[in-house]
Design a protein around this ligand. Structure first.
Ligand code: PMP
Ligand code: GLN
Length: 382
């Protein structure tokens, strides 16, 4: 393994999901739903396969139907206009979008300011690009970014700000004011902004504001999203980038040599998914809001300190009330103690002390599964 990657072993998601399987535990660790997305969209994928659409290499930027649907989605929800031919790129999930974007835009030695705790692939991709991550720590209980601290971290080497809202793992959602202040800093210091918005449709309080819509931001922002979260098809790996033409061209150059193109038939199905009526998006969010409250109540009843998320399908808790001091050790022992798997947020910090006692649970599971998990977690108290 080369030096850039030596600090990155197996991802925590793979490690904890394997632990869930080997111990037969309820997996509230890795974020994937236990109910697949809409039947009609699965049918659309089958139709595409059967009709021979996408069974051979699709166009590099993505099939035109999907690029147009992504462009229409950005206009429908955010009043943002992107040319489907030059300003939209389909990727193999948001993961590839993140990798291709960072590899395309960063020079060795560049600094990237990113929220901490961070989604794990950010750190690895920044390292692959030979750049340096500069964490902006989101602190409990609110996990709001300190914008003075952000300003202080900007140096002549800062090349880009890597945002994530709604934020995994904390569930923090940037407010319009925060986005405005961040945008002003980006303009003032001429920084690029890469914004991971995979949970854009999972906001329970407030609203999702794409930073790309703010003045001066369209030409410096790469927005990333994915069908995995919005339509509950995490296994399809359909993601995308929207940005201005030169930025998309740069990301496309990197993407060509990562996957060349993304799998075809699912692209046609997701093109249909993006055109689902508003009711789909409303029900999806309402269902997860109910589950958030159900699991939040269960965790509180079991003795956890619960940080109520404004978005995503994750709840960050604190294990201090149990007299526990190490989230990773706690998560490794949890299956044995009560048959539940969770994710230690400590691994998403450069300074593990900062998240030492934080543990993340996902609530994108059936209600009876969440109830059963909450019951099992009650055992921790005894
Ligand atoms: N970004 C964040 C914040 C995520 O939580 C995830 C996990 N789904 C991804 C990116 C990766 O998305 P995908 O599965 O589409 O690659
Ligand atoms: N995004 C999901 C999570 O945060 C799963 C990510 C993964 O397995 N790479 O749990």
């Amino acid at each position: 393994l080369n030096r850039r990657l030596t600090e990155f072993g197996t991802t925590i998601f793979a490690e904890m999901s394997a632990l869930a399987v080997s111990t037969g535990s309820i997996n509230l660790g890795q974020g994937f739903p236990d109910t697949d997305g809409p039947e009609e969209i699965r049918e659309a994928a089958v139709r595409a396969l059967r009709d021979g659409r996408g069974n051979q290499y699709p166009p590099g930027p993505g099939v035109p139907e999907l690029r147009t649907a992504i462009s229409d989605h950005q206009r429908r929800f955010y009043d943002l206009a992107f040319d489907p031919d030059t300003e939209v790129l389909v990727t193999a999930g948001a993961t590839e979008a993140i990798a291709a974007t960072l590899l395309a835009l960063l020079e060795p030695g560049d600094e990237v300011i990113a929220f901490e705790p961070y989604y794990d692939s950010y750190a690895a991709c920044i390292a692959l690009a030979g750049a340096r991550r500069v964490p902006l720590t989101l602190r409990a209980p609110s996990f709001r970014p300190d914008l003075d601290e952000l300003r202080a971290k900007i140096t002549p080497k800062t090349r880009l700000l890597l945002l994530n809202t709604p934020h995994n793992p904390t569930g923090m959602v940037l407010t319009a004011e925060e986005q405005g202040a961040i945008a002003a800093l980006a303009v003032e210091h001429d920084l690029l902004v890469v914004t991971d918005e995979v949970y854009e449709h999972l906001v329970y309080e407030g609203a999702h504001h794409p930073i790309a819509a703010l003045p001066g931001m369209r030409e410096r922002t790469v927005s990333i999203s994915s069908a995995g979260k919005t339509f509950s098809f995490t296994g399809w790996k359909v993601g995308w980038v929207t940005a201005n033409g030169p930025l998309v061209a740069a990301v496309r150059t990197a993407k060509q040599f990562l996957t060349y193109v993304s799998a075809g038939p699912f692209q046609y199905a997701i093109a249909e998914a993006l055109r689902l009526p508003d009711a789909y998006f409303h029900h999806f969010r309402a269902d997860l809001r109910r589950k958030r409250d159900l699991l939040g109540d269960g965790l509180r009843a079991a003795g956890f300190e619960v940080h109520r998320p404004q978005g995503t399908y994750f709840i960050t808790t604190d294990i201090t009330p149990f007299g526990e001091k190490d989230a990773y050790a706690f998560c490794r022992a949890l299956p044995e103690r009560c048959g539940v798997v969770a994710i230690p947020n400590s691994v998403f910090y450069d300074d593990p002390d900062a998240g030492r006692t934080q543990v993340r649970f996902t609530f994108c599971k059936k209600e009876d599964v969440l109830r059963e998990a909450a019951d099992r977690l009650q055992r921790l108290a005894s």
